[in-house]
Design a protein around this ligand. Sequence first.
Ligand SMILES: [Zn+2]
Length: 336
Amino acid sequence: MLRIREICALSPAAFLLAVGCHSRLAAPATPEPATPAPNPERETVPADRQQEELPALPPTVIVTPQEIFEGTAFLLHVRPAPESAPVIAVDGMAAERTLAFVASADGRMWTVAPAPLDAREVDVQLTIRYPGGAERTETLRVPILPREFSSEILTVPERFTNPPPEARPRIESEHALVAETVRRVTSEALWREAFARPREDRSSSRFGTRRMFNGELQSRHLGYDIAGRIGDPVRASNSGRVALARDLYFSGNTVYLDHGLGLYTAYMHMSEALVQEGDWVDRGQVVGRVGATGRVTGAHLHWSVSFQGIPLDPETLLSLGAPPPTSAAPPAGARP
Ligand SMILES: [Zn+2]
């Protein structure tokens, strides 16, 4: 069966290299589900409150959206109880990743957290700090809902799935570089508006699609492919700083944007990148042009999202909405 489309013909290993995550597999073809819709806020009261005397009433931990699906990002808000001491900092862990909380203008602390593919729950550990050195710890278990993903069978030239031995040193060093880049956590949120699509065009392959290459290999597609012609503009999904702008073996001309708190978006297979590492970019700024560089079967944009190396569905990032208004000044280097 021959079925070549404009997709990323990366081997399973290549996808792991590109985003530094795990992948696993196989199920019969299923219809594509609708993108999960945003939901109103839900308040979760941690179950294991400490009983000892505390300097403040227990805070409320709010998880949004109300229903959280695998492969998506969610927001955590810590809101001090009315008339209690203010919360001055929150440290946290979720899915073995460090959470970086920031203050919003209304006195709550908030951050982004990941719901990895295949996860059915995520344990969140929080240490909430008050003036004078007092602190309390809270844990909560966030249930994660399953999604259904489609499947596709692909036949591609051998060189896409089996890179030549002489390419291995380059592939390995690029793997390490990308993995190290996306594990860096900038401790402030560099974005102020909702995330947007980098291009308005049809999608040729969605996140999470199960793939069989040449009748044997299986993988998950860990990005979102958007159609385009060579030279069409690719826009930054949100404001941030350019963490990586390189020509990589599998993903071609690639730009990674750091949006802060561990959240990164990436734009791959471009004919050219129009930004440099360290540059500040505004939401909607053209960062490159559609191309067919790297290991691909045709021109398209592969758009991906990483939370500290955990791949998330770019489409679902769009429904997170704008972050809470911040109490801090604009990020250093941001244009007014
Ligand atoms: Zn792709």
